[in-house]
Design a protein around this ligand. Structure first.
Ligand code: R1P
Length: 324
């Protein structure tokens, strides 16, 4: 293989901005709150101590960086899906020195009738549900149409900190009051992240040969404690796992090469997620706009409180930023 093909390059612009997020060092804080929706990010940024830095990239990624309780935090809106989370984690990693502490706050569907619309879940782990493309294009293929991976864990300390803050906020806001269905606050469930909103989340669409009528039951049967479905959390936990392996000096496919690239001295990625149940898959109930607004407000503050209070060793924190 030609040498230049062994290491696909990491594109940056002339002024050292990562290509898709449009950000450069100093514009992103070590503590990140990641959401899918631009309006949700804007609303969260209203909690900052003062007017934050804001950048929207040509690719639609948005970043607000400011301070919350005097602690630098970035709120990022990334859109949807595995690849959006991949761009975020890899390109933000290239912009930040030291540890990265990342919370995803997103919406999800519930597979459990006891976890209704308006519930909040803080998953301990997430698995991936992906189409096995060969099943759909190859004759006599022996595999199944969808692959369900083993779960990858959240960072245990960040998960615990996030869950206890969310639970306290849930009780304080009396979040169950006035709802018809149960809306508990759970911290011991597993999430399934799917590579499609439709096929790999078991939505039946007569226009496509998705072969997914038994998929939701398969997920429930094979993944203990699986409760929610969405589209990004597994990629976040998975990339944190890969980054932390490199920091430990393992996980390279070139271990014997004398000039094998050394892991950058970046620090760890610590990741957790909180999910708000917008859709109950069995009853087909969907959350109301008023409920969304209320839920996002207190869950968002719980995420910001968790990030601001989470300990990062001083030497693992970036000090040169627009927030100084
Ligand atoms: C689908 O409507 C989107 O909503 C959920 C899913 O993961 C997917 O991205 O997340 P967000 O509310 O963060 O966008």
């Amino acid at each position: 293989m030609k040498d230049e093909l062994k290491d696909a390059n990491f594109p940056t612009t002339a002024d050292k901005r990562v290509y898709h997020l449009g950000l450069k060092k100093g514009e992103v804080a070590n503590r990140m709150l990641v959401v899918g929706d631009s309006g949700r990010a804007r609303m969260l940024a209203e909690n900052f101590d003062s007017q934050p830095f804001h950048l929207r990239s040509d690719r639609g990624f948005e970043c607000y960086t400011g301070t919350y309780n005097k602690t630098p935090i970035s709120v990022l809106a990334i859109g949807m899906g595995f690849s959006a989370m991949d761009f975020l984690v890899r390109e933000a990693r290239a912009c930040v020195d030291g540890d990265m502490v990342v919370i995803r706050m997103g919406s999800c569907g519930s597979l459990n009738p006891d976890v209704g619309v308006g519930s909040t879940v803080t998953p301990v782990a997430a698995c991936a549900v992906t189409s096995d493309y060969d099943y759909f294009t190859q004759e006599d293929y022996a595999g199944e149409p969808y692959r369900i991976s083993k779960p990858v864990a959240a960072d245990p300390d960040l998960h615990q900190a996030l869950f206890s803050t969310v639970k306290e906020a849930h009780e304080f806001n009396n979040a169950d009051a006035g709802t018809d269905a149960p809306s508990p606050c759970l911290g011991d469930i597993v999430n399934a992240s799917a590579d499609s909103f439709y096929s790999s989340q078991g939505r039946i669409d007569p226009s496509f040969a998705d072969t997914n009528t038994t998929l939701l039951q398969n997920i429930i049967d094979r993944v203990p404690n699986v409760t929610t479905l969405e589209m990004e959390t597994h990629q976040l936990f998975f990339l944190a796992h890969l980054a932390n392996k490199r920091q430990e000096g393992t996980g390279t496919d070139q271990p014997t090469m004398q000039n094998a690239p050394k892991p950058p001295t970046h620090g760890k990625i610590r990741a957790a997620a909180v999910q708000m149940v917008f859709a109950a898959r069995a009853s087909r109930a969907f959350i109301s706009p008023a409920q969304v607004k209320q839920l996002q407000t207190w869950v968002g503050r719980a995420c910001l409180d968790t990030l601001a209070a989470f300990h990062i060793p001083v030497e693992a924190t970036q000090t040169d930023g627009i927030w100084n």
